[in-house]
Design a protein around this ligand. Structure first.
Ligand code: SF4
Ligand code: SF4
Length: 417
């Protein structure tokens, strides 16, 4: 195994291949607080990519209700349990050391437990078992909506207190796609070298001609986003809507466009883009890129299970009403700061949050024009700033304000539908 630097866990880690990084990386921010669980994203993906025979059970995008939901069923509990068991055997703990937290290369501190690449028992590291994992059974793929809208309660009874910050009865929606990881476990585990990461955008793809259907990717991906197709006998996965990212969609006018799941989002919870990557895998400093700003500057959006070690590139703004202990396990120790920042957003953060789902084109750069103060209390103030988004070629593609325009319907339209 080689040693690579994983900034999400703040340290070097074992990985089967030497350090090599794309020029740009596909990345997205999903704001859990805004998701209404409508599954429009899920259906947009299905109707575009997985509507054929043999793909019936494939939901490259799925939205599951936590804590009970999961597709495949219990995917995260199962991998966490496997990881926990290996730590017990090795006499180690899955803990974070928060020293150095908020530095650029260790933003959440240092994870001192083992990743899925490090927790494979040495007798199994035979070249075909490079990561801890399992193949879900057919039964576990049966119910994409398992546990939908089922709340968890510590007290098992509905109580009167339902004020923020934390509810005692809670659930939340977790929107999931392939994370196009920086250190993909699917790619590392493939004995045919059929999986590759594209240099131009970091999208992870399976070469259908090279794949022989050994399902090593299905076993190794901790997020269970590589899927086997029985009738073609090869594996498939989310392709990051790469024709849209390349600007080949007829609507795009040659500009990179966001994916189908992102552009169809009714709750306006998703923002997707490309961040520039340095040769050592760090993100090139660029505060005017909205994804860079949200992840690296404000640190309001966090990776899903960073302790797995794959360097996932979908980042989540955690839900404000959920017990922090649960969220820390899922998004790492950055949760408390992220929720604080989201609850009392800075002037800039509030403006950047308005960019979500305002255009189908990828916003590479934003600019803010200051407006009037419209609200203030002891914790924060709100300004009606204007935020402008620019495409890859520097064209203005969106202009919006913090305060949404308010329209009053003319009386002549009263009951006129
Ligand atoms: S989420 Fe899974 S399938 Fe996607 S790149 Fe990461 S390891 Fe591979
Ligand atoms: S379309 Fe948006 S709001 Fe609806 S379920 Fe998907 S992520 Fe949530």
């Amino acid at each position: 195994m080689a040693e690579v630097y994983n900034w999400q866990i703040g340290r070097k880690m074992e990985y089967p291949y030497e350090e090599k990084h794309p020029k740009f990386q596909f990345a997205a921010v999903f704001n859990i607080n805004r998701c209404i669980g409508c599954q429009t994203c899920t259906m947009a993906c299905k109707a575009t990519w997985t509507f054929s025979d043999g793909q019936e059970y494939m939901w490259w995008n799925n939205v599951e209700t936590k804590p009970y939901g999961g597709y495949p069923q219990h995917w995260d509990i199962k991998i966490l349990q496997l990881l926990h068991d290996e730590h017990q055997k090795a006499g180690k703990e899955m803990v974070w050391n928060k020293n150095g937290k908020s530095q650029n290369d260790t933003p959440y501190g240092k994870y001192e437990g083992m990743t899925i690449f490090e927790a494979v028992p040495s007798y199994r590291k035979d070249g075909h078992n490079v990561a801890l994992g399992y193949i879900p059974s057919d039964k576990e793929w049966r119910y994409p909506n398992y546990g939908e809208d089922v709340p968890y309660s510590f007290t098992r009874e509905f109580i009167k207190e339902t004020d923020l910050p934390e509810h005692k009865v809670w659930f939340f929606y977790l929107q999931r796609i392939c994370n196009h990881c920086s250190y993909p476990a699917c790619l590392a585990a493939c004995p045919r070298k059929a999986i590759y990461k594209r240099e131009e955008d970091g999208i992870v793809l399976i070469d259908q001609k090279r794949c022989r259907g050994y399902q090593k990717c299905v076993e190794a991906c901790p997020y269970k986003k590589a899927m086997y197709r029985g009738n073609t006998k090869v594996s498939e996965k989310c392709i990051g809507c790469y024709p849209r990212i390349e600007g080949d969609d007829p609507l795009s006018e040659g500009e990179p466009m966001e994916t189908r799941c992102v552009t169809s989002c009714v709750g306006k919870i998703r923002l997707q883009g490309l961040v520039e990557i340095n040769q050592d895998g760090s993100w090139k400093e660029d505060e005017s890129n909205p994804i860079y700003y949200l992840v690296k500057v404000e640190k309001v959006a966090l990776p899903l299970y960073p302790q797995f070690g794959t360097g996932p590139n979908v980042y989540y703004i955690p839900p404000r009403w959920v017990p922090k202990e649960y969220l820390r396990q899922m998004f790492g120790p950055g949760v408390d700061d992220a929720i604080e920042k989201y609850s009392y957003p800075s002037r800039k953060l509030l403006a950047v949050l308005q960019l979500f789902r305002t255009t189908q084109k990828i916003i590479f750069k934003y600019e803010i024009k200051e407006g009037e103060k419209i609200f203030e209390n002891e914790k924060w103030a709100m300004y009606n700033d204007t935020v402008i988004g620019y495409s890859k070629n520097g064209k203005e593609i969106v202009r919006t304000t913090v305060e949404e325009p308010f329209f009053i319907r003319d009386l002549k339209h009263y009951n006129s539908i």
